[in-house]
Write a protein that binds this ligand. Sequence first.
Ligand code: NAP
Ligand code: MG
Length: 488
Amino acid sequence: MAVQTEIKTYLNYINGTWVAPVGEKFEPSVNPANRNDIVGYVPRSMLEDLNAAVAAAKQAQKLWWKRSGVERGEYLYKAAHILEQRLQDIAETMTREMGKTLAESKAETMRGVHILRYYAGEGARKIGDVIPSSDSEGLLFTTRVPLGVVGVISPWNFPVAIPIWKMAPALVYGNTVVLKPASETAVTAAKVIECFHEAGFPKGVVNMVCGSGSVIGQGIANHPDIDGVTFTGSNTVGKQVGRAAFERGAKYQLEMGGKNPVIVAKDADLDLAVEGTISGGLRSTGQKCTATSRVFIEREVYELFKEKLLERVKQLKIGNGIDADTWMGPCASESQLNTVLSYIEKGKAEGAKLIYGGNRCTEGELANGFYVEPTIFEDVELHMTIAREEIFGPVLALIQVESVEEAIELANDTEYGLSASIYTKNIGNILEFIKDIEAGLVKVNAETAGVEYQAPFGGMKQSSSHSREQGQAAIEFFTTIKTVFVKA
Ligand code: NAP
Ligand code: MG
């Protein structure tokens, strides 16, 4: 093991300056591909730090809102430019901090650049409508105003794209922001915030406070001066955040888990379906909210699909995400690895048949990291834990069905409703699926994972608080409508 000579300590970003947390406590951020590699030390902040950030954001908001949308957009263009210049470094940091492959980290960072540019342009687009008034001398129209201070709570699985897809619309519509990134990926977050700092945003417009979810995350949900809370993460935490925000009358938005199905019809292009199942279920080590988790296959093609799937999964190269030939990296943390392994044990104990993988990887250098084999179960029944709970790991459950209709019914038998896909050439199947599947993101002949920043994104049922993020839909959360009547 190489000796680490210089490990950097990262600070909070409050009122335009990098500051140490009150009490000066820091914790290591660890590389999940090699537990001996510390990526950096990140703040373990206290409520005093959060209070300082919120006060700065509140103070800055009035002047920020006085600027035009076009002017605010200019700052986002600058941040996009800086992020693009740092793409390589930020992508390498992301891979080192949470394990996804470098190719994925680069693509995600580039997505961050595109999101910033998209919302920069949004500063010049319409924010209201003129509505005919019943008074012929009156002018009736709507306009939009920001919420004020927005608290952003983000997860570790998309440490660049998610904070940016929340912060960029918040800022362009005139809000100021306090970000609490996932502890697991706070170094990556700090590098993103450096781009905002160097873009020259006025002091207090963007702030970041790192620390535990129960102190800083919950602190954001409870804070009387935070007017809107946007959260992405698990259902348990999301509900807590939503409840706290609701109690004090703040606006909130929750994007949470999934248990996403893919349906393989008997007329499907099976090679395409296998590719989509592998990519949707196992890429990023299954740690996407839109990851494929349950696979419903029509009986006539079940054996052939399974054979092709097993053939393909054997070829996946597991390793450190920084190596160019790696297809699948480690789980993002030791606790994530343990969660995945315990779900695999439950699958076996409840009678599902393990047909591939199922173990921690311990060969050579993999022993130092939090690696697990891609894992496939068959004979999975819907009451089993692995068919009901979000695993957030590279685990697929195969379920045989008699028809597409049955597949849709079983696919809907879950509390979640984030994304879903079907592989078929039959237009009847396609239309039935689009109409009846209970998911906010519906894909046909394409994998369940993957979203486009210019389109609305969010879930049905318990996957979300029923709002939408990204695209023009973001305006609904980050602004409030004012209806105006004017008479001369
Ligand atoms: P998580 O444990 O819920 O954490 C999410 C964020 O909430 C982190 O910043 C975390 O801080 C913070 N947090 C933890 N406890 C808190 C509390 N009591 N009050 C307020 N905040 C608290 O989720 P995760 O493990 O990071 O991410 C995985 C989950 O995110 C999965 O369920 C996945 O499906 C979901 N996800 C959803 C979407 C979507 O758009 N629907 C996208 C990506 C991921 P710490 O890091 O300090 O604990
Ligand atoms: Mg880590």
